[in-house]
Design a protein around this ligand. Structure first.
Ligand code: GLC
Length: 735
């Protein structure tokens, strides 16, 4: 086995040979004006086998080697989907205590999904891309687009909801934004990482229809439309093979069918076998012995599956050099697209523009779920005393949650912003409930006495004109946090008991939930106002206050359904084997009926439906009409209607179009989202809106033919302001 020193010496000798024989002009791979593919081939032709293998595995916790001898830079990756993670020690997960890496925290991706606004997704990608660029990262380890299958999944907050079409439309501009700044996006976790319970090995079984119609579309859009330069294999298994080296997922679907020309990066510790890693599509192995020091070698990373064992296999002829060259080409291509690109832009870090972007996304993602007695908005001066109750009004929500945790330059809490807005004489705060410190891998309940917390909160609420309860979940273990799932749908930390106690002394309560997941609401009929805020990032308090005070009219829509009780959810309707599985396997018995597809097909009333969100104004829809009602399979149908802002406040409404097929050769959901548009209207304004839907998007995946098929026959197109609030229908016929 070659030690690192001999490898270095041999490449230096080679290097000397190379420089003397080179012409005096720039070698092709260094010529920024040459096409990338020529530069890739030239670099590859100059590299030793050792150097090619060196590209394929980590050299530290978040970096991999380039080719020092040829001046090809290292690859630096960093989390995460919501902001640029702090620097950690070379071989460790723990922060290195640098002082130049306090970042901007952007809202969590469930909030971005709730905006239903692809323009904001582009803004998001550009903004976080600039922060990654400024921190000199080659790869941003995000966005995540795993489908919201169960409300218990600890990482739903990092993803874009339950509908593959919504996630597809929002992931593309995010990737385009990040990569426009010369940073590779790394869409994750490919694929079927829909729970954290036993995430490292759980083997997912599901039908091809569920795979292709529900769980792959957002990744396919990320690759084929977003042109993602890298993708992260997930920890779990699919049909018996780990997704970081899975022949079906990586070789057949990703690289062959989808023509992916980027890099497959393993999740940290997601690689388990050299043979499979070499042959089943893994290109860059990260985090295997996660502390990097498990082996006592001089250069412990050389014991990675794609390190010495791979090199040895190539030299012995066990592995075809073509497999190595393909991996090296992909990594070189990513390097030439980023750190060695001719026109790589410059980034910026913690800029006012990023704060403004974060605030805009947060404002547009907040969802108004209930607003009786016009309790909201609360204009400044309307009330003398506003009680603010709840730990989430003051607790930091950018830390914790696992790898997406951030060390931020600042974070405006709801209480700080409310006090700033209404004046400290009009705001009275009480903690109300306490959750304990945010720990990774275990929970540590608070030691505070809940009864005394409730008593104090009641005192404050009693004397107030209105109560703002700011609660929800947080990033503690077993809450919205990587590495574990929630244990129940209920609000934790005694919040329901607290809300009931507050209602006894004050009926004017607006409940603001900050979370990345649905929760049960036993008090839903007793409180006049409910607002779903997300993890809103550095500008959280400002965005929430903008909406509460009425400076901004809420326009968010739910990217996932809120069930009344857990058993109503599809994944939880087929026993333990369907979720969380038996610790070895999990069967997606809900199949294609995920989220509203389940609730609407099974006629189960959700607490709040997918696509639902109120406004401070009101909107009126005319009946929709289709430009044609007879279409060929490659046709496009245009649905036109007028939308009126029939209220007194400017606002935005997201019109949604669902497709339904009554008689079908296969089981189908009674409706599926196939188009949406967010329309901004001034008070009284009327707009004619046209939504275009390609007939091809009605296709189902034919398992017998292993391909997509558009059925002929009649379809109903449903125009709605949510999946349940259908404003009009149009029948069309496909020949
Ligand atoms: C974590 C996560 C992944 C993250 C990576 C690096 O385990 O699953 O999302 O990017 O490891 O922190």
């Amino acid at each position: 086995m070659l030690t690192f020193k001999t490898k270095l010496l041999s490449s230096l000798l080679l290097g000397i040979a190379f420089t003397t024989s080179a012409q005096n002009n720039t070698p092709i791979y260094l010529d920024v004006n040459k096409p990338i593919e020529e530069r890739v081939e030239n670099a590859l032709s100059l590299m030793t086998t050792e150097e090619k293998v060196g590209l394929c595995h980590a050299q530290s916790k978040f970096s991999s080697m380039g080719v020092p001898r040829l001046g090809i830079p290292e690859v630096w990756t960093d989390d995460g989907p919501h902001g640029i993670r702090e620097e950690v020690f070379w071989d460790e997960w723990s922060g290195a205590g640098w002082t130049n890496d306090y970042c901007t925290a952007f809202p969590a991706l469930t909030c971005l999904a709730a905006t239903f606004n692809p323009d904001l997704s582009l803004l998001y990608g550009k903004s976080i891309g600039e922060e990654a660029r400024y921190r000199n990262k080659t790869v941003l380890l995000g966005p995540g687009v795993n489908i919201y299958r169960t409300p218990l999944n600890g990482r739903n907050f990092e993803y874009m909801g339950e509908d593959p079409y919504l996630a597809s439309r929002l992931v593309v501009p995010y990737i385009e934004g990040v990569q426009s700044i010369g940073v590779a996006a790394c869409v994750k976790h490919f694929a079927l990482n829909n729970q954290e319970e036993w995430r490292g090995h759980i083997n997912v079984s599901l039908s091809d229809r569920a795979l292709y119609e529900i769980y792959l579309p957002a990744f396919k859009a990320a690759v084929q439309e977003g042109k993602a330069w890298s993708i992260m294999g997930s920890y779990n298994q699919l049909r018996g093979e780990h997704c970081c080296h899975n022949d079906l997922l990586l070789n057949k679907i990703l690289k062959q069918d989808w023509n992916f020309d980027g890099v497959v990066i393993s999740d940290w510790g997601g690689a388990h076998d050299t043979d499979q890693a070499v042959k089943n599509g893994l290109d860059l192995e990260m985090g295997t012995f996660t502390n990097g020091l498990t082996t006592n070698g001089k250069f412990p990373y050389s014991s990675y599956y794609l390190a010495d064992p791979f090199l040895k296999g190539v030299k012995e002829g066990k592995y075809d050099i073509a497999l190595l060259n393909d991996k090296a080409r992909r990594i070189l291509r990513m390097i030439f697209r980023t750190t060695m690109s001719a026109n790589r832009p410059f980034g910026r870090f913690v800029s006012p523009e990023h704060s403004e972007a974060g605030r805009r996304i947060a404002r547009e993602g907040i969802v108004l779920l209930k607003n009786e007695k016009q309790l909201l908005p609360i204009p400044v001066g309307k009330y003398n005393k506003i009680a603010v109750i709840g730990e989430n009004a003051t607790r930091s929500l950018v830390i914790g949650g696992g790898s997406s945790s951030l060390k931020v330059a600042y974070e405006v809490s709801p209480l700080a912003a409310l006090t700033e807005k209404y004046g400290k004489d009009h705001i009275a705060y009480s903690l109300g409930y306490a959750s304990g410190p945010s720990m990774y891998g275990r929970e540590e309940p608070s030691k505070l006495n809940t009864d005394s917390l409730i008593a104090a909160a009641i005192n404050v609420a009693k004397g107030a004109d209105v109560v703002l309860f700011v609660g929800g979940l947080n990033k503690n273990h077993f809450q919205d946090c990587e590495g574990g799932d929630r244990k129940s749908l209920d609000l934790p930390f005694g919040q329901n008991k607290l809300i009931d106690a507050l209602l006894k002394v004050n009926k004017n309560i607006a409940v603001v939930l900050l979370s990345g997941n649905a929760v049960a609401m036993p008090w839903v009929d007793k409180v006049p106002a409910i607002m779903q805020g997300w993890y809103l990032g550095s500008e959280a308090g400002h965005a929430l206050t903008d909406v509460i005070a009425g400076d901004v009219n809420p326009s968010g829509k739910l990217p996932f359904s809120f069930p009344k009780k857990l058993e109503d959810n599809a994944a939880h309707s087929f026993g333990k084997l369907s979720y969380p599985g038996d610790s070895v396997n999990v069967w997606y018995k809900d199949d294609i009926l995920v989220g509203y597809r389940w609730f609407d097909t099974k006629k189960i009333e959700p607490l709040f439906p997918f696509g639902f969100g109120l406004s401070y104004t009101s909107f009126a829809y005319s009946k929709p009409s289709a430009d044609k009602t007879e279409l060929a399979t490659d046709g496009i149908v245009k649905i036109t209607f007028t939308l009126t802002n029939s209220g007194k406040i400017d606002g935005a409404e997201t019109a949604q179009l669902y497709v339904s097929k009554q008689k079908s050769v296969v089981t189908r959901a009674v409706k599926e989202l196939k188009a949406f548009r967010k329309i901004f209207l001034k008070a009284g304004e009327i707009q004619v809106v046209t939504l275009e839907v390609p007939v091809r998007s009605f296709a189902f995946y034919n398992e017998a033919k292993h391909g997509w098929e558009v059925e002929s026959g009649s379809y109903t197109l449903l125009l709605g302001s949510s999946s349940r609030d259908i404003k009009g229908k149009v029948e069309i016929h496909v020949k």
